[in-house]
Design a protein around this ligand. Structure first.
Ligand code: BEZ
Ligand code: FE
Length: 301
C-alpha cells in the first residue's frame, strides 16, 4: 500500500485484478478500469456528478422489464451498439456481403408466412411499396430458398406491438425465396418514429438537444444454410432524419429510393424498390445476429 494519487489508483486497481483466471474477463476489466479512470481524470469528475451518474444508471436499470431493455437503448444512443456491429461485420462479412444494421427491439419469432407477392399488411391502408430482388452469395450465385423475415412500422410509425394487442402480428412476415433466390413482397411505406423517450435515456437524448427519431426503415433478416444470418434494414432516402439516426443504424449502401419505373418490377407502376442481398459464408461464429436486442422494447407513446 502506498499513498494513492490520481494515477496510482489506476495501477492499484488493475494490480488487484491481476489474478483473474478468465483471460478475456481480465483483459476487458483492465481496459474498462483504465478507460473509466482516464475519463474521470479528463473531465475532473466531481462527487456530485459521480452521484448523478450513479442515479442515472440506477434509473436505467429500474426502467428495464421483460418488455423493455433500457440499457440496450442506452448503448444504441451512445453509438456503442453500432460500433460492436461494425467490428463484428469486419470480422466475418465477406467484402461483397450486404452491410448489416441493428436488429432493434421489435423483431418477433413466428411471423406469418407470406406467399411470393403477398403483403405484410393485414389490412392494407397506407401507400403501397413493393420490394423485390434476389438473394445471392458473395460469388454472385443465387441462394435458393433463403428465408426472409421482414418487419416494419405501419404508415403511422407504429410497430404491431404498439398498435395492437401483444399477441397480434401485423406489418411483418416470413417469405421463402424461390429456387433462383428471388423474392417479391408488398408492404406499406413506413415512416420514421421516435425511440422510447419516456425513460432516462429519453431524458438524456432531450438534454443533448437530439431529436430522438429513427428514419423510416424496413428490417430484414435473411437465413440460409451454410451462410451467415444477415440482419439488415433498408432506409428510405426521403426521410428528413436519414443522416441523423438517433441510434446510428444507417449505412449509405442501405439507403433506397422507391421508383415507379423500374423495368423489371413485378408490379409495374407501383412504387417499388429492387434490392439484391449478398450473404457471406458462415464461419462457425454462431448466428451472426449482430445488434440483436434480446428483449422487446415497447415505447409507451
Ligand atoms: C428499431 O429499429 O426498431 C430500434 C432500434 C434501436 C432502438 C430503438 C428502435
Ligand atoms: Fe425499427
Amino acid at each position: 500500500m502506498q499513498d494513492i494519487d490520481i494515477h496510482q489508483i489506476t495501477e492499484e486497481a488493475i494490480a488487484q485484478m491481476a489474478g483473474t483466471p478468465d483471460a478475456r474477463l481480465k483483459e476487458i476489466m483492465e481496459a474498462a478500469v483504465r478507460h473509466l479512470h482516464a475519463f474521470a481524470r479528463e473531465v475532473r469528475l466531481t462527487p456530485d456528478e459521480w452521484l448523478q451518474g450513479i442515479a442515472f444508471l440506477t434509473a436505467v436499470g429500474q426502467m428495464c422489464s421483460p418488455i423493455r431493455q433500457e440499457f440496450i437503448l442506452l448503448s444504441d444512443v451512445l453509438g456503442l451498439s453500432r460500433l460492436v456491429n461494425v467490428m463484428h461485420d469486419a470480422a466475418g462479412r465477406e467484402a461483397a456481403g450486404t452491410e448489416t444494421s441493428l436488429l432493434g427491439p421489435f423483431f418477433r419469432e413466428g411471423a406469418p408466412e407470406i406467399a411470393m407477392g403477398g403483403s405484410l399488411a393485414r389490412s392494407p391502408g397506407g401507400p403501397e411499396l413493393v420490394l423485390y430482388g434476389q438473394v445471392r452469395d458473395a460469388q454472385g450465385q443465387p441462394i435458393p430458398h433463403a428465408v426472409m423475415d421482414v418487419w416494419q412500422t405501419n404508415a403511422e410509425g407504429l410497430y404491431d406491438l404498439q398498435a395492437h394487442a401483444p399477441d397480434e402480428m401485423d406489418m411483418r412476415g416470413r417469405l421463402r425465396c424461390d429456387a433462383e433466390g428471388r423474392y417479391f413482397l408488398r408492404t406499406e411505406k413506413p415512416i420514421g418514429y421516435s425511440i422510447p423517450m419516456d425513460g432516462p435515456v429519453g431524458a438524456l437524448v432531450r438534454a443533448q438537444a437530439r431529436h430522438g427519431f429513427r428514419p423510416a426503415h424496413i428490417h430484414i433478416l435473411i437465413t440460409a444454410p451454410g451462410h451467415r444470418d444477415l440482419v439488415t434494414a433498408l432506409y428510405l432516402s426521403d426521410d428528413p432524419n436519414v443522416d441523423s439516426d438517433t441510434v446510428f443504424g444507417v449505412s449509405k449502401s442501405l439507403v433506397v429510393t422507391p421508383r415507379r419505373d423500374l423495368p423489371d418490377s413485378p408490379a409495374p407502376g407501383a412504387e417499388a424498390v429492387r434490392y439484391d442481398f449478398t450473404l457471406s459464408r458462415a464461419r462457425g461464429e454462431g448466428s451472426g445476429r449482430v445488434g440483436a436486442d434480446p428483449s422487446t422494447l415497447v415505447p409507451s407513446n
